[in-house]
Design a binder for this molecule. Sequence first.
Ligand code: FJE
Ligand code: FE
Length: 310
Amino acid sequence: MPISEEASGKKRLVVKKLFARQQHEGFGAVVRRSIGRFELRYFDPFLVLDEFSVSAPAGFPDHPHRGFETVTYMLEGEILHEDCEGHKGVIREGGLQWMTAGKGIVHSEMPSSNATGTTRNKGLQLWINLSSKHKLVMPSYQEIESKDIAEAEKDGVRVRIIAGEWNGVKSKICTRTPTMYLDFTLTPGSKISQHIPLHWNAFVYVLQGHGHFGDSRSQHSTAAAHHLLILGLGGDRLEAWNGSDSGLPLRFILVGGEPIGEPVVQFGPFVMNTQEEIDQTVDDFENFTNGFEKARHWKSQAASDLGLLF
Ligand code: FJE
Ligand code: FE
């Protein structure tokens, strides 16, 4: 029997559990970083997972990216996005922006002007690495409003399909690095058994409630909000259930990706394969070359309004 068949039906177990504490990032913003912190530098192909919370005037003013994708999924409130190419828009509650930074983008991500100082703007931002052949592609966006995100519901399980598919329902997001991204809400007593490709790295991040993850007949872990669970390899599905007697729903994201398997050299928002490529990137950013041309005379409206100097 081929190995893939032998392993099929095996459950993935939680091999690492991590609580994401709050830390400061950007301009007065607070993030709970799980992937990307010192203990978990890189989980191929994932570079960063931040659960962010910003209230005006805090945010993430003008900054660059090169060599990867950022996926911003709003949970509450909204974020105004502006870039040096003239692309601008608001990511509203429940909405998604899948940005391929590729060869380079300079942008600002700030609470929108109708979000007042008391409004909390919360979401998840995931950084997905690109393989060497995609690192310098032209920047592009895939944006989906909440009402257009594919959803499915069955037996107490509600799924919002950010990337990939569930029960035959497909997301329209095209992933350069093969990725699945599902947002599950389970009523008390309900469970899932979700397929994950055998060789993909995968994790769960809990947003609400209390969940059980692993093997219902033997080993499993429990986790509440703000916990990241790294799933071990050697299985092709995740079993998770809401065993809560508090009556609360369980909400979590399940994300998986095909490992790229290339060297990673990261300098802040630049992620390349070699130190030489990073040196070149810093040079390009400072001299407004090779993709950063439009950043020379650009400043976001948000930063101008705040009188921020860059
Ligand atoms: C960044 C520091 C930063 N997490 N979550 C350094 F804060 C950022 C950055 C973000 C970010 C933006 C949003 Cl909307 C949500 C985030 C970090 O912008 F890119 C670097 N280099
Ligand atoms: Fe950014």
